[in-house]
Design a protein around this ligand. Sequence first.
Ligand code: NDP
Ligand code: HSE
Length: 440
Amino acid sequence: MDPVKVGILGLGTVGGGTVNVLTRNAEEITRRAGRGIEVVQAAARDLSQPRICSTDGISLTTKPEDVVNNPDIDVVVELIGGDTLARSLVMQAIQNGKHVVTANKALIAKYGNEIFAEAQKKGVMVAFEAAVAGGIPIIKALREGLSGNSIEWLAGIINGTGNFILTEMRDKGRNFEDVLAEAQRLGYAEADPTFDVEGIDAAHKLTILASIAFGIPLQFDAAYTEGISQITREDVNYAEELGYRIKHLGVAKRTEAGIELRVHPTLIPERRLIASVDGVMNAVLVKGDAVGSTLYYGAGAGADPTASAVVADIVDVTRTLTSDPENRVPHLAFQPDAISQSNIQILPIDEIHTAYYLRMDVTDKPGVLADLTRIIGDAGISIEAFIQKEPETADADARIIILTHLIAEQQMNKAITQIEKMPVIHGKVTRIRVEYLDKD
Ligand code: NDP
Ligand code: HSE
């Protein structure tokens, strides 16, 4: 059989890695796919730039639309990134009857609903394994491996750059900016790294996971997003004293009131396996009603790990080229007409329930703690642990760290507003949510 002809948009970290893996493992990939896979054309912005892959035998162009409109190409692999040009190129490829593979989570989270509808109409596949958690086959696990389960919740460290920064800050005391610059050099970070540190990239990925887990449309705008730039070395140390690690977590949870969809720094008990996921590694914990808890772990970014997922998608597309489009695995796990349109709402962050870590500086004088605990008690919040750090000098502030039990976010907001109004409290109260990640 003739080889499948592939066109690649973008020859950067992931595009270069994809060419390398396809070349290095060509023989085994052919044995798995049932026919050869040949990259015939690729687009990049500047053809004079050095590449991490060989481009021998690949026709190069600076015009990505040449690839999308090339009648010889069966599969377009979009690795440019962003959601403007990538969106129009992907839509054009679909309209031209080509299958698409992409690593672009921003594109899928924001425009996946329209992209999959168009692909369905045209009978082509849009595969996006590399869009979530780099090399970990989490999309396939959720969409196929766990299809017998009702998924109750999932929680993941799904941004490699953010986890790399938190780990280096904790283990080596390095500063935020230096570690971010290194993540950029290593090709982990997004073109705009605020997507990594402010949680936008993780929210894109969480949106995709939640849709596949719960059979709901992609709703990126409804996700709550908070980044790691406010996390201090002191918070990391206090969390450790209490037996926790701070991780930047994406959480999607089905509750009776609706679905929680949130990305924020989170204290996790250090005894949980996921608390030991360090550096650029990612992990996703999924709780299904039948299987219980399952954990998926691997490299969350980088050329070869991400290429592993891209190539797996190209192989999948190749295997199903001859199958009836109506009988392929649905893009978002549930059949398109079975995706709930209205009856499951994403909860506003005010309505979620978690435990909290609170840190504040107070004047060190009698009666302060009594006033503070009265406000907390009156708000219906119960305290799990309490640490007071004595001031270093007689006139300095004392530092108080409190761990609470589960409470609704709006109750906690009210209590924090009242605490911040106390004349003895100096500055803002730092609040980090806590997840136990056990049975419920
Ligand atoms: P890079 O910046 O390394 O590569 C982007 C490539 O696109 C470059 O080769 C660039 O050309 C090319 N390009 C950009 N604009 C144009 C244009 N207008 N016309 C033609 N070519 C263009 O990005 P990554 O490889 O890191 O990321 C690609 C995608 O993969 C993104 O969606 C990203 O979110 C996703 N991703 C990245 C991961 C990673 O670890 N890096 C992991 C998982 C997903 P040139 O080289 O000439 O500038
Ligand atoms: N910038 C992303 C990360 C790339 O660091 O996780 C992988 O999606």
